[in-house]
Design a protein around this ligand. Structure first.
Ligand code: PHE
Length: 375
């Protein structure tokens, strides 16, 4: 579903069809969950990306050309990403594709970008398989073997947990991967997994599994899910008298976690990529620009990574000097020490970024920064 053209109107004389006084725009595609179950993710990521494109265009564009961002809403639904990315590539002739937040949706689109030799950059999909698809597929965030270790260490060393139950969304590649990496690290530390239960993203009743989790008497429950499911899981866990902390990964980070979960999510912990409390000049400027552009809204990790993904693409286009796929691919692969909102990005041999994680706690209905964990 086409979500509209964005990023125009910042260069005098520039029209979406090109021509006029400005040179032909460089078309960049984006696919995101702007509606549906994970709309918080897609909207944040899109807003960050849009802000980057607007900033690039008001500074004169890239290679003297404005960027035209063409955005497709994949409705948070399997099946849509493939359709969207096919359209962006065949109908719109985009030079690169930005997306998706969720790993399963990135995994669906990646083979199409790879086969078309159009570079794809996921801002925030953390499952290792995404970039393993091929040499045209990149990401600007860390991967889940790291994130799983970060949360295993946090549970074992900071929360002093020795027994953890794990509750996995078997519909999500992200969830299955993060559960596995967490378990491996926690066991290595000397911890014990008391129960492993499954759910399907979108379920509404988690009580049977939570009853089994409670019976296993864990110190912590690790739930590598997305915020809509996690909020309901936290509510039902409290109703069943599970009073130990629940922990998760970046998938927890949506404003609806607190809107839906309210008191039931208070005090719980998750890891993610960025905190708007970061004091670097780049981050502070970004927070100010974002709040000005989006009615005072505070940016989250997806917004920051969306911004960095577009800026890293623009930097690669500048270094390549052209927009054809293989040359752009080579320039992206050569990204080194890019100074962005989420820190310094170097693309490694696996086309992933090695970056620190942050741990946040839900406190008074907000996400409070606790610590940064370096790789
Ligand atoms: N990392 C998650 C995935 O791969 C998506 C996500 C990224 C969620 C950033 C929240 C913040 O599916």
């Amino acid at each position: 579903m086409l979500a509209g053209l964005a990023g125009f109107g910042f260069l005098a004389g520039c029209k979406p069809s090109g021509g006029g006084t400005a040179a032909n725009p460089i078309k960049v595609g984006e696919f995101a969950s702007l509606s549906g179950k994970e709309a918080n993710f897609g909207l944040s990521s899109h807003e960050g990306t849009l802000l980057a494109v607007e900033n690039l265009n008001s500074a004169g564009g890239v290679l003297g050309r404005p960027i035209s961002l063409i955005t497709e809403d994949d409705l948070s639904k399997a099946g849509e990403p493939a359709t969207d990315v096919n359209k962006l590539i065949s109908r719109d002739n985009v030079v690169a594709v930005l997306g998706e937040v969720a790993s399963s949706r990135s995994l669906e689109a990646a083979p199409i970008c790879q086969a078309s030799q159009i570079p794809m950059i996921s801002p925030s999909s953390t499952n290792p398989k995404v970039t393993e698809t091929g040499d045209f597929i990149f990401r600007v965030c860390f991967i889940d073997p790291f994130q799983g270790t970060v949360m295993a260490n946090f549970a074992y060393n900071t929360l002093k947990a020795r027994k953890v139950a794990v509750f996995t969304d078997v519909k999500s590649d992200y969830s299955k991967g993060l559960a596995k990496y967490f378990k491996e690290s926690f066991i290595k530390l000397g911890g014990q997994i008391t129960a492993e239960l499954d759910f399907n993203g979108g379920d509404k009743d988690f009580k049977a599994q939570l009853t089994a989790i409670k019976a296993s008497n864990p110190d912590v429950v690790f739930v590598p899910g997305y915020y809509t499911d996690v909020a309901l899981i936290c509510i039902q866990a409290k109703q069943l008298g599970i009073n130990v902390p629940l922990c998760g990964g970046d998938g927890w980070e949506g404003e609806d976690l607190v809107k839906i979960g309210q008191d039931a999510v208070e005090g719980d912990y998750f890891s993610t990529h960025y905190s708007p409390e970061s004091t670097t000049p780049k981050s502070q400027q970004f927070v100010a620009d974002y709040q000005k552009r989006f009615n005072g809204k505070t940016p989250d990790a997806m917004a920051a990574l969306g911004y960095d993904s577009a800026m890293i693409l623009a930097d690669a286009i500048k270094r390549a000097g052209v927009t054809d796929g293989p040359k752009l691919r080579d320039a992206l692969a050569a990204t080194k020490n890019f100074d962005g909102v989420t820190g310094t990005t170097t693309i490694n041999e696996q086309r992933d970024a090695t970056k620190p994680a942050v741990i946040l706690q839900v406190k008074d209905g907000k996400f409070k920064y606790l610590e940064t964990v370096n790789p």
